[in-house]
Write a new protein. Structure first.
Length: 55
């Protein structure tokens, strides 16, 4: 479910996008689905990723 929701969100994004994450997990929805969809979206002009590790 979250993969579909994230992919649709990314497909509707435009302009400069800022994403907030909690570190990197190879299988996380953001890294696996949302980021590739944002990169393939011609309306997205740039992507800033702000990542914070877990405490």
């Amino acid at each position: 479910m979250w993969n579909t929701v994230s992919e649709r969100y990314a497909a509707q994004a435009s302009g400069q996008v800022t994403a907030f994450t909690r570190g990197y997990w190879r299988d996380a929805v953001f890294w696996k689905t949302e980021l590739p969809a944002l990169k393939n979206n011609p309306l997205v002009t740039g992507i800033d990723i702000i990542s914070r590790g877990l405490k």
